[in-house]
Ligand binder design. Structure first.
Ligand SMILES: CC(C)(COP(=O)(O)OP(=O)(O)OC[C@H]1O[C@@H](n2cnc3c(N)ncnc32)[C@H](O)[C@@H]1OP(=O)(O)O)[C@@H](O)C(=O)NCCC(=O)NCCS
Length: 224
């Protein structure tokens, strides 16, 4: 039986983590024929360890797009959204990379392009949107809804029934009280404890978390 190739879009730190997960998962249950990176900035033919990288243009030139799957390896939601837009524009299918140690309820729903890293959990009736990244040991409670392109960092706890919008970023170790609403393109700073709803385009910090300012730059990292 032939399997698709997996392309990990981004050969940076997150890309390397995703490669580990994909290799681990592939050893347990063969899902992909081969695993590659897409890196538009690396010189053609660059290898990262044992993994070859291609530009998106060379993938389109050299591979049949019906035989590939791609996941986005970016920690910045706005970049996730942009790359996702490119992939859909070219009709490229998104894959799903799930660490074998992740606990996913059979009643949960995972979108296309979702990445679940080690020891995270997704409870019953949760809906994780397209192109969402869930980091190590994050807990997605029952009935939680996570919007497209959002990043849930390591050790975040999203209480039951929470709704997080699209292209938002929940910083590491944050605790989100059950049933709360977090809007689109918002950031919850690391270690925050959120007790109230948070609207769109805001940055909230602290315990108890307060909305501090507008998320004008739409950047979590490297704002300069
Ligand atoms: C929320 C965040 C994006 C703000 O970044 P920033 O705009 O660059 O803010 P700064 O780091 O310049 O900090 C501004 C002020 O807010 C404070 N602050 C920043 N983040 C805070 C947080 N999470 N909780 C409490 N205070 C915080 C800083 O101490 C600083 O205070 P000061 O002016 O008195 O020195 C960032 O702190 C954050 O949480 N990033 C996510 C980190 C993460 O989850 N990383 C995972 C990597 S895998």
């Amino acid at each position: 039986m032939s399997h698709p190739h997996l392309f990990i879009y981004g050969a940076g730190a997150f890309g390397k983590e995703i490669r580990d997960i994909a290799q681990r998962a592939n050893r347990l249950a063969r899902t992909w024929n081969d695993i590659f990176f897409i890196d538009d900035f690396a010189a053609p033919g660059t290898w990262f360890g044992d993994t070859q990288s291609f530009s998106l243009a060379s993938v389109l030139e050299n591979f049949d797009t019906t035989s590939i799957e791609v996941v986005v390896a970016q920690g910045e939601p706005v970049h996730r959204e942009t790359l996702h837009g490119k992939l859909t524009q070219y009709g490229i299918r998104l894959g799903r990379v799930v660490d074998p140690s992740a606990i996913v309820s059979p009643y949960a729903c995972l979108g296309e392009g979702v990445v679940l890293t080690a020891f995270c959990s997704v409870a019953a009736d949760a809906k994780v949107g397209n192109n969402v990244a869930v980091n190590v040991q994050a807990i997605i409670g029952h009935d939680v809804v996570v919007g497209d392109h959002t990043v849930i960092s390591s050790m975040v706890n999203l209480g039951g029934g929470t709704r997080v919008g699209s292209a938002s970023y929940i910083g590491m170790g944050s605790q989100i009280k059950e049933q709360l609403r977090i809007g689109d393109r918002s950031i919850v700073g690391m270690g925050s404890v959120l007790h109230h709803d948070l609207g769109d385009d805001l940055i909230a910090l602290g315990n108890p978390a307060r909305a501090m300012r507008k998320n004008e730059t739409r950047r979590v990292f490297n704002k300069s």
